[in-house]
Write a protein that binds this ligand. Structure first.
Ligand code: A2P
Length: 274
């Protein structure tokens, strides 16, 4: 071992962050990209949780800038995947959007969150509604075999403004069915429901309206006018306005909010925005 390596080891151990390596980057649109980093052997998380992500300080910066990101890969995955927006003057994403394989990304050591299977009561159907990058935690949950053993049906709803923002459409329409771990269950139990609000598409409108009008359940072939608190469970991730309005819709239909301490019928979390 060289002197430098000897010096570097304790720094990593004392730091609140792991320094991980970028494995790949995929740009979906000029506002949206995904990337994956190496996973430290000691890093444990539950599917659906979020963690702090950042970059080493730039020249002249005293401290790194970190933001909370949902982990998009499932809990058993070898790499950690994230879905991010790009904000031109965003303190983190203005730099993060330029990362390349081999670059270093900082990873917090304490993943946490409520969009986890433990925070919802047992039920028959699990609805996962995300808008924009709010899809990220559900990429994790929907690729976790536990989702399919706990629920008969898993519905992934992704709401976006434009068709091009339907990131991971190929995953939910093809790739997941070939997945060695969840492919077979997904074929029988997974339903993907994308909806677009500002362009023509097969499904259109906001989830709040699609649920209140009964159209979403009707489109899914579920013969109920609204959610059934006995068997329907819901997870929400998106903008503040989205989770607030969706929570009101869920409550109006008789669902009770849950948490890690007290599992309920629906749980929510704000998607990363800055
Ligand atoms: P809309 O185009 O009608 O605003 P955003 O990028 O603003 O987070 O929006 C992502 C998606 O979520 C869009 O389809 C948007 O619809 C929808 N959306 C935004 N706010 C709400 C809300 N309060 N309730 C339901 N859907 C929303």
């Amino acid at each position: 071992m060289t002197a430098t390596a000897l010096e570097a080891a304790p720094a990593q151990a004392n730091s609140p962050y792991f320094s991980e390596t970028v494995l790949w980057v995929k740009h979906w649109t000029d506002r949206l990209f995904s990337f994956a980093i190496t996973r430290p052997p000691t890093f444990r998380f539950r599917s659906g949780e979020f963690v702090m992500i950042g970059l080493p300080p730039a020249e002249g910066q005293a401290k790194p800038i970190l933001r909370a990101y949902s982990i998009a890969s499932p809990s058993f995955a070898e790499e950690l995947e994230f879905l991010s927006i790009k904000v031109t003057d965003g303190p983190l994403t203005s730099r993060l959007q330029h990362i390349q394989p081999g670059d270093t990304v900082l990873l917090g050591k304490k993943p946490t969150g409520t969009l986890v299977l433990d925070a919802v009561r047992p039920g028959k159907r699990l609805f996962l509604f995300g808008t924009g990058t709010g899809l990220a935690p559900f990429l994790s949950v929907a690729r976790d075999p536990d989702a399919y053993s706990k629920f008969e049906q898993v519905i992934v709803g992704h709401g976006v403004r434009e068709v091009a923002e339907l990131a991971y459409r190929d995953l939910f329409t093809h790739e997941i069915f070939e997945d060695p771990l969840v492919g077979e269950e997904a074929q029988k139990q997974l339903v993907y429901y994308p909806t677009v609000t500002r362009e023509a598409f097969q499904n259109q409108g906001r989830f709040t309206d699609l649920i209140t009008s009964g159209k979403l359940l009707a489109d899914l072939g579920i013969d109920q006018p609204k959610f059934d608190p006995e068997q329907d469970r819901v997870m929400l991730c998106g903008s503040m306005a989205f989770i607030k309005d969706m929570a009101a819709v869920c409550e109006a239909q008789g669902l009770v909010e849950g948490s890690n301490a007290e599992p309920g019928d629906f749980v929510l979390e704000r998607a990363f925005v800055g």
